[in-house]
Design a binder for this molecule. Structure first.
Ligand code: PEP
Length: 250
């Protein structure tokens, strides 16, 4: 399975800086066997697409979507609108949206279903809070999130990615150890195969939470970890290029 590294800019970079980031990143030397994506704010999609041209690297993605294709939903962005930017993927259920905006598993599932109908691959984010981890509930929480978020969602390697992002590891500089990540990813894989049969074994499960150029190789080489989702360490295009090279050293 090809490894996947996704940059999540979060709420950084409007159109001007987004275009500059993409142009700088395209000058980076990148491993050929790595899939690389960048999830940009909606307002910067046009500039990012224009700077990318037809280039396949990085794959362009969004950070959120609404589930209806049009209608009276002030402020929302539909899958059909995202499709106009020829997006490859879209994050759904990031913990920052769950925490700050009250996004629920049910909403995440509706978004993922709508994205798949539009031909955009959802990257469904799951992960436990620090309190849940301390109570030993990590696997229970992650399995319950998966069951609810994947209701009605198709499962195969082309149409779905799962991101395991423990909430306490995001932006904290305290990453989950590769061994703990391996155990959670193994449980996610079991759940995917149980739900989808053999195609469930081709769905990439990536890890996110304080990944940087120094620790990325350890995650990417860990069994059951099919790539990484990178927030803070993706903001500098050259540093992110270095991270991609560190992920799959030649
Ligand atoms: C994220 O936002 O998905 C993330 C993993 O952030 P960070 O790399 O900063 O922990």
């Amino acid at each position: 399975m090809r490894k996947l590294v996704i940059a999540n800019w979060k709420m950084h970079y409007g159109p001007v800086k987004a275009g500059a980031w993409i142009r700088a990143f395209r000058r980076e030397r990148l491993p050929k066997d790595l899939d690389i994506g960048v999830a940009v704010p909606h307002v910067s999609l046009a500039a990012a697409r224009a700077s990318l041209g037809r280039a396949g690297v990085p794959l362009l993605g969004a950070q959120d979507v609404f589930w209806a294709n049009d209608g009276a939903f002030t402020g929302e962005i539909s899958p059909a609108m995202l499709k106009e930017f020829t997006l490859s993927f879209c994050l759904v259920g990031h913990s920052e949206r769950r925490i700050n905006l009250g996004e629920t598993d049910e909403m995440v599932s509706k978004k993922a279903v709508a994205l798949q109908k539009a031909g955009i691959q959802p990257v469904v984010c799951v992960g436990e809070t620090e309190a849940q981890k301390k109570k030993g509930e990590t696997l229970k929480v992650v399995r319950a999130q998966l069951a609810a978020c994947l209701a009605g969602v198709k499962g195969d390697g082309a149409s779905l990615v799962i991101a395991y992002e423990p909430v306490w590891a995001i932006g904290s500089g305290r990453p989950c150890s590769p061994l703990d990540a391996k155990n959670v990813h193994e449980a996610i894989r079991e759940a995917l195969v149980k739900k989808y049969g053999k195609p469930g074994s081709d769905i990439r499960i990536i890890y996110g939470g304080s990944v940087d150029a120094r620790n990325v190789a350890e995650y990417v080489s860990t069994t059951h970890v099919d790539g990484v989702l990178v927030g803070s360490a993706s903001l500098d295009p050259r540093a992110f290029g270095m991270l991609c090279r560190a992920a799959l050293p030649a």
